[in-house]
Design a protein around this ligand. Sequence first.
Ligand code: MRU
Length: 353
Amino acid sequence: MNALDLDTVLLSQDRDCLEILDQTLLPGTVRVLHLSKLEDIWEAIRTLRVRGAPAIGVCAAYALALEASRSRAEDAECFLRDLRTAKDYLATSRPTAVNLFWALERMERTARENARLPIPELKERLFAEAHRIREEDVQISRNIGRIGLGLLHHGDGILTHCNAGTLATAKYGTATAPIYLALEQGWQDLRVYCDETRPLLQGARLTAFEMQAAGVDTILLCDNMASLLMKRGKVNIIFVGCDRVARNGDAANKIGTSGVAILARHYGIPFYVCAPSSTIDMSIADGDGIPIEERAAEEVTEMWYKERMAPEGVKVFNPAFDVTDHSLITGIITEKGLCRAPYEDAFRSLGIE
Ligand code: MRU
């Protein structure tokens, strides 16, 4: 099975629920959840059944459209008030990926701009906007892939961290998009190294699954093995995703990413962040302003298969993301173009405001 055939999140055909691929069961089980209640969709985002910044944004947009479609409000004011309540609730599901807030804002703006329409028409506009966000995401990934492919050479070893793959987006992923596009063009000689990505193993469970299923030469490693791999000259380039980029180019991504960047600098390996422009948050000056999610201690004290492997009661440090300093980033690949430092100028020159 090719992971490109799996949809992370869809609206059901009769538009009464979201169909969410439960990523917590991968790679062993492919199960699609049919979720209609807003609370259940919130839980699916919170527990990483659907995860990855762009996919979270798409999911939230559909969730809001679905909830709005059930509104009994008879005038626009009440409709917008109900919509805002649902929006504020969804916004509490996860704090770091800015695509969540970006998608929710975009949906609310659509409702406001069309508030003069009859309510049934307004509901249709929201479904249409959610579809648009999803379709645009596919194109964004392909554009990132095209630019990333231009940085690759035959025979390259590519290291990636976490999962910024097709499972984290509507299709193709961001960090994996250059690899999928290389495959489309018949390249057979790339190697992909997947950091397993403790504590929740997105690299092992998701990226290794995706890349192997796509037919790429895939090598899985524990996070603490990356230095030796780089020292041996196996890694030519690094592509990672991101959850939020500040305007100076500091980039938050899955915990462990900044360590990979520091190693890459030491060994002289180019380190690229793949970022849809919706992930760039120009309202935040630098990485210190990016909220870092802290998650339950059990994610560290129990392995993925829920077997205790740390003493009861031990204190745990479990941030889900870290921030890579802009000075360690070789370039930020957006769908609009490749940005190099100084990043604020580069973003603005591409119309990212
Ligand atoms: O906690 P997760 O699994 O949602 O973290 C995902 C990542 O860190 C991804 O690299 C990021 O969201 C970019 S996905 C294209």
